[in-house]
Design a protein around this ligand. Structure first.
Ligand code: NAD
Length: 323
């Protein structure tokens, strides 16, 4: 961790699933956090969330000065950005809400302060065009749930972003224990959500067409491809699928399958029937366990998985399990 790049204070705007994840990560890294949300019950929810996340963060290693109580909820955007060295926006994924919030944040914050948006799919230029003061420092900083454990953050600059802003953001997120992936060109969905969306659409088709239940689709991932992906990703995994001949042999063997109608990719119509099938399937899989119980189990698993990844891939840059 480069202590000098660690933002002393992070402003977190919107404290739902993702905002809370950023708060837990920032506190564990030793930052102070000022938070703002429209919901008056948000502070209570966030404090309970951080308390639940803390054991997993302790296991991975807290910064010496980490304090889960270094969190202040404030009642305006102006108070939230006051003194913040990094601002993270996590309001709902609706273009007009994002643009209005970012325009205000940009007007309020000192021009050198990076404003990262957690948006899953919106292009940074479509956010920057709402801003007038220093639009180039508004970038996409897209994390993964749970933000306090998963290291990846996709950084995407827009048409006004200079390399210096991207470098500064990269250093700040890395100082918070993350693995920044600078995306070379802005596209809707960035890199990782493009991949996840493709799998998600196929999964919905398989359930919609009655080929598999939600539980069976999940089993195919959990006991098969998912296990490999957590260490090597799509490309290196398939390199090994080619035997000694590696990827070249694999492409010669399976290349023709690329022309077969194995994928649909266009999403199926989201009918009430499909919603019921998918939601009922998930309830059945949860077997009476609450989301909070499942989160605790997931965190324990991910913590050990991160340690395993570090053990078997120690040279992978930025995959250190310590916060
Ligand atoms: N959920 C995920 O897995 C995930 C993963 C990566 C990125 N994201 C992105 O993170 C962002 C937030 O998603 P989420 O899942 O946390 O949503 P969420 O619905 O859980 O939380 C949104 C929060 O924003 C608050 N809010 C609404 N309008 C606001 C405003 N104008 N000012 C301040 N607060 C406001 C709400 O009260 C709520 O607490 C979205 O852009 C989403 O695309 C989500």
């Amino acid at each position: 961790m480069t202590a000098s790049e660690l933002p002393r204070t992070v402003a977190v705007i919107g404290t739902g699933v993702i905002g809370n994840g950023w708060i837990a990560r920032a506190l564990a890294a030793g930052c102070r956090v000022t938070a703002f949300d429209l919901d008056p019950t948000a502070a209570e929810r966030t404090r309970a969330f951080v308390a639940r996340a803390w054991p997993a963060l302790e296991r991975l290693g807290l910064a010496d000065n980490a304090d889960q109580h270094a969190l202040t909820f404030v009642d305006s955007l102006a108070a939230a950005v006051e003194g913040a060295e990094l601002i993270q926006e996590n309001v709902p994924e609706r273009l007009e809400i994002k643009r209005a919030t970012l325009a205000e944040l940009d007007a309020l914050a000192a021009p050198e302060v990076v404003i990262g948006s957690s948006t899953s799919g919106i292009k940074p230029s479509d956010l920057q065009s709402a801003c007038t003061k220093a639009p180039g420092r508004v970038i996409v900083a897209h994390p993964f749930n749970p933000v306090y454990l998963l290291p990846l953050v996709e950084l995407v600059g827009g048409e006004h972003t200079s390399p210096a802003v991207t470098e500064r953001a990269k250093a700040q997120y890395a100082a918070m224990g993350m693995r920044p992936l600078v995306v070379r060109r802005e596209i809707e969905g960035h890199v990782a959500d493009r991949l996840m969306e493709a799998l998600w659409r196929e999964a919905l088709h398989l359930v919609n067409d009655g080929v598999a239940t939600t539980e069976e689709v999940d089993a195919a991932v959990v006991y098969g491809c998912g296990l490999r992906w957590s260490l090597m990703g799509t490309f290196l995994t398939f390199h090994l699928a080619g035997g000694d001949g590696g990827m070249r042999h694999m492409l010669h063997q399976f290349g023709p399958a690329l022309k077969l109608p194995w994928t649909k990719l266009e999403a199926p119509e989201l009918t009430e029937e499909l919603i019921d099938k998918v939601a009922d399937g998930c309830e059945h899989q949860a077997a009476g366990r609450s989301v909070a119980e499942l989160e605790t189990r997931r965190d324990a698993f991910l913590t050990e998985l991160l340690e395993l990844t570090q053990k078997y891939w120690p040279e992978a840059e930025g995959l250190q399990s310590r916060i």
